[in-house]
Design a binder for this molecule. Structure first.
Ligand SMILES: *Cc1c(COP(=O)(O)O)cnc(C)c1O
Length: 399
């Protein structure tokens, strides 16, 4: 089929890898010969590029995706004891930002096909919680949440680069006056029914850790169409300084969530190649798809019909029930192929169990996906020979 003669096919295979060229290296180096290492023109240019790429009105660059999500939680007015409907099948940051404010994550289960939050459950939970009483109680965590908590928002996550099913979620949010914070940290460049990921809710957040579609090293970006929220988030990322505040005047209690100029310059250069970066990742996913579907016991990722364009973030295969995923991952490791279970459910993380008392069995779809999913090495710089080596190793350890 391919490329055993390809010299790069002996390159070590890593879990992920940034896709960088001399254009990026030069852009970062250029900043180093200016006096402006923070809050200069690179952050403004980076914000402008994400804003025009997504078509949002405002973009606020921050030091991480998590920082961006936290600012959205503050902008949405979510406070201690408030309830927010979200997914247990995610990276912990989407839940942690609620806990930072003393709010309570109300988990609901996910769609089996995509791993995205199930919009029917979002509606049912919102309806019952708004009615209060016994029906409401059933959706809350077993401990650590007051039934008097006010439902304020929904926080869906665009899992693995496929946007969540936002249309019905937006209907629920509209009906019950809830804010929607879209965690699009895995989905820059994806589209949902033709609309860009991140633009569907009141606020959307992207993350730029080195395994994401574009990277700034560490970094993130919030997008929104709300002028007041944008102003507040801009102030909060910069120690609470509102426009007009001087260096030592602070209108709000804020944070240092600024993104430095070297990172922003890297982001600008990456955004100039965004279509290419996404296309390369799609090509790698395609190479995997062709091979994975022929390995018995493995299932390639599937797309929902609401996804008009996936922006590949990770490549997660599903193991047939009965296959020993962890053992297989370990054997892959021994062959020099890294692989990771993905995600481990949030409601079963030790600190969440301690605080909210969740037990295994509460969210069966999430737990099933957590047991059967394995992320394979994936990035836009993999070549076909490397994909073939991963699949060769999989065939070897499964059979
Ligand atoms: C990457 C990611 C984040 C943000 O991560 P940071 O490391 O803080 O940039 C948030 N949510 C999800 C689902 C992610 O995958």
């Amino acid at each position: 089929m391919t490329t055993t003669s390809n010299p790069s096919s002996t390159k070590p295979i890593t879990m992920s890898s940034p896709d960088l060229t001399d254009a990026e290296r030069q852009a970062v180096a250029n900043v180093m010969s200016t006096p402006s290492l923070s809050m200069g023109d690179q952050i403004a240019a980076f914000e402008e590029s994400v804003q025009s790429y997504t078509g949002s009105k405002f973009a606020i660059g921050v030091s991480s995706g998590t920082a961006g999500l936290h600012l959205c939680v503050r902008a949405a007015g979510i406070q201690a004891g408030d309830l927010v409907i979200t997914t247990p099948f995610s990276f912990v940051a989407s839940t942690n930002v609620l806990l930072y404010e003393g709010a309570v994550s109300v988990f609901v289960d996910v769609e089996p096909r995509t791993g995205n939050i199930d919009p029917h459950l979002v509606f049912a939970a919102a309806q019952d919680i708004m009615q209060g009483g016994k029906n409401a109680q059933a959706w809350l965590p077993p401990q650590g949440a007051s039934p008097d908590g006010k439902l304020k928002a929904v926080l869906p996550v665009d899992v693995f680069g496929q946007p969540a099913d936002l249309e019905p979620i937006l209907n629920t949010a509209w009906k019950y006056r809830l804010k929607v914070i879209e965690d699009s940290c895995e989905a820059l460049g994806a589209t949902y029914k033709g609309r860009p990921a991140g633009t569907l809710g009141d606020y959307g957040v992207f993350g730029f850790y080195p395994n994401k579609q574009i990277t700034t090293g560490e970094g993130g970006m919030v997008i929104t169409d709300e002028i007041e929220a944008a102003g507040l988030m801009r102030a909060l990322r910069n120690q609470g300084r509102a426009p007009g505040d001087t260096w030592l005047q602070h209108t709000h209690m804020g944070y240092n969530y600024r993104l430095d100029e070297m990172s922003a310059a890297l982001g600008v250069a990456q955004m100039q190649r965004i279509d290419e970066l996404i296309a390369r990742r799609s090509q790698v996913a395609e190479w995997y798809n062709q091979r994975i579907s022929e390995i018995p016991g493995l299932e390639a990722p599937t797309m929902a019909n609401y996804t008009s364009r996936v922006s590949w973030f990770v490549y997660v295969v599903r193991f047939a029930p009965g296959l020993e995923r962890n053992l297989i991952a370990q054997k892959l490791g021994e062959l020099g192929i890294p692989a990771r279970p993905y995600f481990l459910p949030i409601h079963l993380q030790p600190y969440i169990v301690e605080r909210f008392g969740y037990k295994e069995g509460t969210f069966p779809v999430t737990e099933e996906l957590g047991r059967r999913g394995l992320a394979l090495p994936f990035s836009g710089v993999m070549d076909e020979g490397q994909v073939e080596r991963v699949c060769q190793a999989l065939r070897q350890v499964i059979l």
